[in-house]
Design a protein around this ligand. Structure first.
Ligand code: NAD
Ligand code: TYD
Length: 351
């Protein structure tokens, strides 16, 4: 069936994998990528698919209500997949207002336009809000986040995502906007901006620079290969129940230190260095403020109701990821611009 779909944040890490999946799997859909191209947005992420006739890029800001409304007017969207956000916890600690503006106000602007344009014909329309497991807060050593876990965000990033989730649900209950939501654990894979733990460590190992581990490295994250997140998003967009939330996770928990030791092993092999070389770069640094101890996701609802399971095992996924970064030096060099160097020295050299 023909559809015109707005994907926000399509030039970012996860958004670019979602765009690739949609433009190649659904040639009958017209896909509009709305992205502001902040430091995290990079059109190079899409260079293999940007020539396809069903792909259109629009540079713009989700906070700009008049502009977003004009896009809805022009394209008459049938669906929205909303991924645009400020996404890095450390940046949210330094600059919370930017997160509040983009993640909360930006989401409200999109919801308002969807409401205005769909209110007389909601059938077949869908507003899909992509969110994070960080809204649930921090776990102790036991337990998992389910869709019923009470929200308890601890960082400006997670609090801004939690607010946006609440707004999406409010538009469902108040205005019957046809929404669906998902909350996913940490993603990894190609095109991940090297401010996040895995790509930052890959880049530092490659350049023989210290690998900064916050605190004792005992914090736990659940890691999912980004293409598996894209496959879950595809399924939920098409088959998820209106008004529902689905947790997405990799069943793949690692303490940061164990993860980095594994990465060092993979990097030593890939770079032909003697075993144990990269581990020597591990450096413990001052902990992140309000550092959540553990995230772990129960994604059994998604498995039970829609039949989704992750397809990439971590052992393969991490090797594929390292290979991609080593083969795509140009991509890495292009994103390691002046802005990155300033961010890096502000963030790490004073720790
Ligand atoms: P990212 O930072 O790599 O990409 C965000 C994209 O949004 C960039 O292309 C950026 O240019 C764009 N953007 C930012 N502000 C904008 C604005 N005002 N208007 C238009 N575009 C704007 O983020 P990501 O890691 O790909 O995350 C995508 C979404 O998935 C986010 O909503 C995030 O909260 C969520 N999420 C991420 C993870 C993860 O592990 N990365 C896990 C779960 C959920
Ligand atoms: P990150 O990739 O920033 O994702 P998130 O904070 O959204 O989970 O960080 C993953 C984990 O790694 C988190 O516990 C913080 C830690 N970390 C470090 O130890 N050192 C670093 O340089 C970074 C960026 C993160």
């Amino acid at each position: 069936m023909k559809k015109t779909i707005l994907i926000t944040g399509g030039a970012g890490f996860i958004g670019s994998h979602v765009i690739r999946r949609f433009v190649t799997r659904y040639p009958e859909y017209s896909i509009v990528n709305l992205d502001l191209l902040t430091y995290a947005g990079n059109l190079e992420n899409l260079k293999d698919v940007d020539h396809l006739p069903n792909y259109h890029f629009v540079k713009g800001d989700i906070r700009d209500a008049a502009f977003v409304e004009s896009l809805f007017e022009t394209y008459q969207f049938d669906g929205v997949l909303h991924l645009a956000a400020e996404s890095h916890v450390d940046r949210s600690i330094t600059n919370p207002l930017e997160f509040i503006q983009t993640n909360i106000l930006g989401t409200a602007v999109l919801l308002n336009s969807a409401r205005k344009f769909w209110k007389d014909s909601p059938e077949g329309k869908r507003f899909y809000h992509i969110s994070t497991d960080e809204v649930y807060g921090s776990l102790g050593e036991e337990g998992y986040f389910t869709e019923e876990t009470a929200y308890d965000p601890r960082s400006p990033y997670s609090a801004s995502k939690a607010s946006s989730d609440h707004l999406v649900r409010a538009y469902f209950h108040t205005y019957h906007l046809p929404v669906v939501l998902s909350n996913c654990s940490n993603n990894y894979g190609p095109n991940h901006f090297p401010e996040k733990l895995i790509p930052l460590s890959i880049n530092n190992i490659k350049n023989n620079k210290p690998i900064p581990i916050y605190g004792k490295g005992e914090n736990v994250r659940d890691w999912l290969y980004v293409e598996d997140h894209a496959s879950a998003i595809d399924l939920i967009f098409h088959q998820g129940k209106e008004g529902e939330t689905y947790n997405i996770g990799g069943n793949n928990e690692w303490t940061n230190i164990a993860l980095i030791k594994k990465l060092c092993e993979v990097m030593d092999t890939a770079l032909g260095r003697p075993a144990g070389t990269s581990e020597q770069l591990i450096t413990y640094v001052k902990d992140r403020a309000g550092h959540d101890l553990r995230y772990a996701i129960d994604s059994s609802k998604l498995q039970r109701e829609l039949g989704w399971t992750p397809s990439v095992q971590f052992e393969q996924g991490i090797v594929k990821t390292v290979d991609w970064y080593l083969k795509n030096e140009d991509w890495l060099n292009n994103v390691l611009s002046g802005e990155y160097e300033k961010y890096y020295s502000d963030q790490y050299e004073k720790r």
